[in-house]
Write a protein that binds this ligand. Structure first.
Ligand SMILES: Nc1ncnc2c1ncn2[C@@H]1O[C@H](COP(=O)(O)OP(=O)(O)OP(=O)(O)O)[C@@H](O)[C@H]1O
Ligand SMILES: [Mg+2]
Length: 367
């Protein structure tokens, strides 16, 4: 999957623009505040109907403008193209269009345009709350396991029901027991999907990481969210009182996590910022490989400020791995000198200069 065309209107400081990106490597360069990250933000909006910079979307809409809009023509893996459009009004109205039809949810976009973001905040995947790692994990499972979404919805429904019962006790015990059984069934399925996914991800991650950086003893493991030796039903039964006190269910897949350790330590406590970035890159590149194995259409990589935190050797290694993915990649940087060179002769590379919200293509990619 790649973007053949991208049209952006009233996103941040960007002047209305239509780009024809390279199917492979796209480099956006320019001074601070020129609008490079905003271009990635526009692609992100198209793929997920939200920004990666702020939870609210109003700041993304250009000052004085009522609406921001992003259109994209996507080359589909199975051949043909699809037209996606996302627009957001200042009052909050959202429109998602896929091939001329209103879409029901952003999940439809996510399925058509799998995106991977690597930016200077990426270290949060290691340092941040478990929720960030669960999102990472479930992104992968969602894109390779078609049954995941429906099971996930069943799980959420059963969990909401149990939490409401814990707080208000409105349901009789027999009916709640039926809900608990549903919760345990859905949990077991989600756990199975996640476990299978991690088993596939691990070797690809380890290989990718070893090509980026030498980190002896780094391990990736999966915690399912409850005691590995006990059934969830048993855990739930013994923790009812505590769950009631807390007002929600303490154990289950909603508590799952990925653990990255270096020897006996939490990797985030030991690794340098640059090493953290490389580990996150390896995780995200490994996910891209798994998506390509299952669906020929690969994901699109957004790499904001690629050079930051990395020395020359590691920048090169990262570029090489991104290139080997055979995906469409959008890279931003202030100084693009080192990014101009070093790509394979046959890789189409497009360069875009961003100046005060205006974008000019300075190097046309070769097809
Ligand atoms: N809603 C908005 N309307 C108009 N301009 C905005 C809006 N929000 C942000 N800006 C401006 O848009 C510009 C684009 O910022 P952006 O983060 O894309 O720059 P950048 O090229 O990535 O810079 P850097 O190299 O510092 O990361 C900034 O100058 C910012 O002040
Ligand atoms: Mg930026």
């Amino acid at each position: 999957m790649s973007l053949l065309r991208l049209s952006v209107t009233a996103v941040r400081n960007l002047h209305p623009v239509t780009l024809s990106p390279s199917p492979r490597i796209n480099i956006l360069y320019g001074d601070n505040g020129s609008g490079k990250t905003s271009v990635l933000e526009a692609v992100h909006l198209l793929g997920l109907a939200r920004s990666f910079r702020s939870t609210r979307l109003n700041p993304v809409i250009q000052y004085e403008q009522p609406t921001c809009t992003v259109f994209g023509q996507v080359a589909l893996a199975e051949g043909g193209t699809s037209n996606l459009g996302v627009s957001r009004e200042r009052q909050g109205d959202f429109t998602i269009r896929i091939d001329g039809q209103n879409a029901r949810s952003a999940a439809q976009l996510a399925e058509m345009l799998p995106l991977q973001l690597i930016n200077p905040d990426s270290f949060r995947l290691l340092e941040g709350a478990p929720k960030i790692r669960r999102q990472f994990l479930d992104w992968g499972v969602f894109h390779v396991e078609p049954r995941f979404m429906a099971t996930w919805q069943r799980l959420q429904k059963a969990l909401r029901q149990r939490n409401s019962w814990l707080r208000h006790g409105t349901l009789d015990a027999v009916s709640q027991a039926a809900w608990d059984r549903e919760l345990c069934l859905a949990s077991a399925e989600i756990d199975e999907y996640r476990r299978t996914y991690i088993a596939a991800l691990k070797p690809v991650f380890e290989r990718t990481l070893s090509e980026l950086v030498e980190l002896e003893g780094l391990t990736l493991s999966y915690y399912r969210g409850w005691d590995k030796d006990r059934e969830l039903s048993e855990v739930l039964a013994t923790s009812v009182l505590r769950d009631q006190q807390m007002g929600h269910t303490q154990a289950g897949p909603q508590r799952a996590d990925l653990r990255l350790r270096l020897g006996a330590n939490n990797a985030a406590d030991i690794l340098s910022r640059g090493q953290q970035k490389l580990v996150v890159c390896a995780l995200r590149i490994a996910q891209g490989h798994l998506v390509s194995q299952v669906r020929r259409g690969q994901c699109i990589y957004l790499v904001d400020d690629l050079p930051s935190e990395l020395d020359e050797q590691h920048r090169r290694a990262l570029c090489r791995l991104l290139e080997e993915l055979n995906c469409q990649v959008f890279i931003t940087c202030v100084d693009h000198e080192f990014l101009r060179e070093g790509w394979q002769k046959e890789t189409p590379v497009a360069l875009f200069h961003v100046e005060q919200g205006r974008i000019t293509q300075t190097h046309v990619h070769r097809e």
